[in-house]
Design a protein around this ligand. Sequence first.
Ligand code: FAD
Length: 319
Amino acid sequence: MTKVVDHINNAQGDSIFSIEILPPMKGHGIQKLFTQIEPLMEFQPKFIDVTYHREEYMYKKREHGLLEKISIRKRPGTVGICAALMNRFHIDTIPHIICGGFTKEETENALIDLQFLGIDNVLALRGDAIKTESQFSPTEGGHNYASDLIEQVRAMNSGQYLNSEVENAFSTDFCIGVAGYPEKHFEAPNFHTDLKYLKQKVDLGAEYIVTQMFFDNKKYFHFVDECRSAGINIPIIAGIKPLASKNQLTVLPSIFHIDLPDDLVNAVEKCQDNAAVKQVGIEWATAQSKELLEHKIPGLHFYSMGKSDNIVKIASEIF
Ligand code: FAD
């Protein structure tokens, strides 16, 4: 497998193209995902990220009105999907690994599985709070922050395993990516504090950053400038999400804590139906991508969220 940083270096100043996909909902097969990804292969994405979804809790009513708390994972299978996509498309896949829901031991086992599968890239994240909790709380025996996860991966990269006295232990060789927020992570007290912790992730061993989605390129350029001033000098891949439905005008800001520019909001509000919104979304993301490509940024990373036809249209305009 090729590491993300090597893909970027091999591109010799051109921007690389990559996508992020979500595992299918529990109980659904993988065929739909294959069909979704297939048309994108023409544009030679360098890698596919596969998100990780932690458990959620629901309450089921039992006899006598008692409620039973049940833990369910709605989108399981991240590691298996990575292996299946590698097998099917001969492409590098990047599993997201998260703190929430994992003990350090479970993380170590997952990393061992990845290493055996020949997967040498991971995107290290904290993860969000469980939907029924108001704020993120670490799993007992797990990590608090993405930076702690990076330290664990880096330790394995130097042959150090948990509670282990194995001599001459095998060193893994993971390339570690992390998340960055051009509009600040929503919990951070301010932009510069967030940047301070991003720098900490880089100092601990992160080799590239993927940004949260943004719809105004000025936010990305400002973020990159601020990162460079803070001494963060690793590649910053831009996360692009083509808007696809009218309700995303409120859903995306509330989930991802991002702003949508006036011009985009006005254009979407004028649309009669979601087919028209999709077209607006394609045109907006195409214009965004063209400008970013002119600036020779390291990479464009498209959030597919279960749809690829719009990304196919954008890719055919820009690559
Ligand atoms: P961290 O870097 O740990 O930061 C979290 C917050 O804590 C920030 O406010 C930061 O400023 C602060 N902070 C960091 N370190 C410290 C410290 N040492 N002391 C005090 N404060 C600190 N979520 C999923 O569940 N699954 C996914 O697959 C997934 N994929 C994603 C992919 C991308 C590209 C992005 C941008 C996000 C993704 N997320 C995913 C969402 C992500 O998990 C959330 O945004 C989460 O709230 C923060 O994750 P992080 O890795 O940025 O956290």
